[in-house]
Design a protein around this ligand. Structure first.
Ligand SMILES: [Zn+2]
Ligand SMILES: [Zn+2]
Length: 340
């Protein structure tokens, strides 16, 4: 397995494309399979082509692309790869229509976003700016393509290894890790990342109870316990279960911060809580900040700790036991990013 890093100026930093060509695994290089692509920009396509050339491959020789999720920085170039090579594009059934460029699914996702922006109490001017930003970057999602959808538990035979699809939603509805049990490793996309915690709530507004779903996925990953995880951004994660537990504890802390902010401010919108937590935001973070605040408020509402009235959330109990709202990850290790 080899890695190609692609530029990405909009989302979480450089994107990893993993190249499964069988060479490092000692098998015949029958098949050229990629895990994820990159944003659909001509310069990034060039980077991918030259990265493949460095490994002795041609973009036109790609047989299959396994997508971890629909986000433009992971799926954007899928259409261009397919146009050049005829590659089969695989995506989880929840994300497949968005990757395929299905008009109705794309419009529904946009409609839901705008509805959420209002619900989150985002000021009108900010909403207009954010919609403009999203429209300006719409092309990064790339051209439509044929997508073969998969479900949790489906297996892919790739050059003598078996990758099992493990559906781990939260950050995105179709987010999936590809687990190689024999090789004790998994390609995890944005399920866990080395430095940042993947956004929940803003990154895919289609997910219901995004924080609750994400916490379940973290527990599933802890259960799966791969020796190594290859994330969509940055470097290898050597203790994926420990990292998942660290992220889970981080969300408990963030929920405590949300409760503290509500106690300070009184009934508040996700937008106001986002401002208290994250301050002034720009670019894609105008989506991610209030989305994150909403995910935590919504989770608290589901537990009956806060009550929602229109766009505002209010504490029911002045001093709730936040830790009791989350499962214990059962792992004491704290994994922090020590790289650059
Ligand atoms: Zn993502
Ligand atoms: Zn990403």
């Amino acid at each position: 397995m080899q890695r190609i890093r692609l530029t990405n100026t909009v989302f979480e930093g450089l994107n990893n494309v993993y190249v499964l060509d069988g060479t490092a695994d000692g098998a015949d290089a029958d098949e050229l399979v990629l895990v994820d692509a990159g944003v659909a920009l001509p310069a990034v396509r060039e980077q991918l082509a030259s990265g493949l050339a460095d490994l002795g491959h041609d973009l036109a020789d790609v047989d299959r692309v396994l997508l971890t999720h629909w986000h433009a920085d992971h799926a954007g170039l899928a259409g261009a790869i397919q146009a050049a090579s005829g590659a089969t594009i695989h995506a989880h059934e929840a994300d497949a229509p968005l990757v395929a460029g299905d008009e109705d699914s794309l419009l529904e996702e946009q409609r839901l976003q705008r509805e959420k922006f209002r619900e989150w109490g985002m000021p009108e001017e900010t909403r207009a700016e954010l919609v403009e930003f999203l429209n300006d970057h719409g092309d990064l999602g790339g051209e439509p393509c044929d997508v073969e959808s998969f479900v949790d538990g489906d297996a892919f035979e790739v050059n003598d290894r078996t990758l099992e699809a493990v559906h781990l939603p939260g950050h995105a509805a179709g987010l999936t890790a590809f687990h190689d049990a024999a090789g004790d490793e998994a390609f995890v996309g944005d399920v866990i990342l080395p430095k940042y915690t993947p956004n929940v709530g803003g990154a895919d507004v289609r997910v219901e109870d995004p924080l609750g779903r994400y916490v379940e996925s973290l527990l599933d990953l802890i259960d799966l316990d791969p020796g190594t995880a290859w994330p969509g951004h940055r470097d290898r994660i050597d203790d994926p279960a420990g990292r998942a537990a660290t992220i889970l504890r981080h969300h408990v802390e963030r929920t405590e911060n949300v409760v503290d902010a509500l106690a300070d401010l009184g009934p508040s919108t996700p937008w106001e809580i986002s401002a208290a937590l994250f301050g002034d935001l720009h670019g894609i973070h105008v989506l991610h900040g209030p989305g994150e605040a909403y995910a935590h408020l919504d989770h608290l509402a589901g537990a009956g700790v806060v009550e929602r009235d229109g766009s505002r959330y209010a504490l029911v109990d002045a001093d709730p036991d936040v830790a009791s709202l989350f499962p214990d990850p059962g792992i004491d290790r704290v994994v922090q990013w020590t790289g650059e």
